[in-house]
Design a protein around this ligand. Structure first.
Ligand SMILES: NC(=O)c1ccc[n+]([C@@H]2O[C@H](COP(=O)([O-])OP(=O)(O)OC[C@H]3O[C@@H](n4cnc5c(N)ncnc54)[C@H](OP(=O)(O)O)[C@@H]3O)[C@@H](O)[C@H]2O)c1
Length: 248
């Protein structure tokens, strides 16, 4: 084995959805700081993802940008074929289901189309992408799936979030509660994998807003510590960005 091939074989491989901005973009940025990471950043519109393009320019081949709309099931099914040549025989160590949407509504004002779009993006897309990537995850060393959930997916914790309250963002909260259950089902089906559902905190992004409590860099630093230190003993857990266990 040449030294270049040996170095590639030791790389840790990541697939991150919703990488054009916010938490997804910062995950890519922080992962690229370690030369041992090979990052595949998936976004809806690579041609307009200028921040990702800037990162790619300085990434020395460690960043690959691929197109993926997580609400497009055909695109999800095709994705393993798109990323297999990038992985070049390596498995996928980490799948990060990060892409998500939030639309404000309540239980009695929700619009069916909004609820379905939210479930499609925040729950069904991550579930189908995980299934599509299962053979690549099986071939990976870490076999880790990180579902970026929300504290708003917690029924036990409902009401504890400033500005939201127990009635607000019903469709979103339902989609994240379902994502949490998907994570638990995944742990039961794949005991050799590490499946984590994680709340990133209230973060200053387009989704979180400027009044949010956390800088995106701090949340992502915590998320990466939690996910890279997680073992199968942590699989099926609902964790916060700082590692605290959340109530379901
Ligand atoms: N910020 C917070 O306070 C907070 C709190 C709890 C949980 N979260 C969760 O954290 C994750 C990231 O949120 P964020 O704060 O970074 O939000 P953000 O700044 O609004 O970014 C959302 C990302 O998701 C992508 N996305 C949305 N729909 C997509 C689709 N159908 N296909 C592919 N990509 C799609 C967006 O891509 P485009 O650029 O193409 O729109 C964007 O890259 C979400 O799952 C969110 O629910 C955030």
């Amino acid at each position: 084995m040449s030294s270049t091939t040996a170095a590639a074989a030791r790389q840790t491989t990541w697939l991150i959805t919703g990488a054009s901005r916010g938490i997804g973009l910062e995950l890519v940025r922080q992962l690229l700081a370690a030369p041992s990471n090979l990052v595949i950043a998936a976004c809806r519109a690579p041609s307009t993802a200028s921040a990702l393009a800037d990162l790619k320019a300085g990434a020395k081949g460690a960043l690959h940008v691929v197109q993926l709309d997580v609400a497009d099931f055909a695109g999800i099914r095709a994705l393993p074929g798109v990323i297999a040549p990038i992985l070049a025989g390596r498995g996928l160590d980490y799948l990060v289901n990060n892409a998500g949407i939030l639309k404000g509504d309540t239980a009695l004002t929700l619009d069916a189309a909004v609820l379905l779009e939210t479930l499609r993006t925040n729950t069904v897309g991550p579930a189908l992408l995980t299934a599509a990537c299962a053979p690549l995850l099986d071939a990976g060393g870490r076999k880790t799936v990180l579902n970026v959930s929300s504290g708003l997916g917690s029924i036990a914790g409902a009401g504890g979030f400033p500005g939201t309250g127990p009635r607000a963002v019903a469709s979103y909260s339902m989609s994240k509660a379902a994502l949490n259950m998907f994570t638990y089902k995944l742990k039961m089906e794949k005991p050799e994998w590490v499946a984590i559902t994680l709340a990133p905190g209230w973060v200053k992004t387009d989704l979180g807003g400027a009044d949010a409590a956390l800088e995106v860099a701090d949340s992502v630093r915590g998320i990466l510590k939690v996910v890279t230190e997680a073992t199968v003993a942590d699989s099926g857990k609902y964790l916060r960005w700082d590692g605290a266990v959340l109530p379901w």
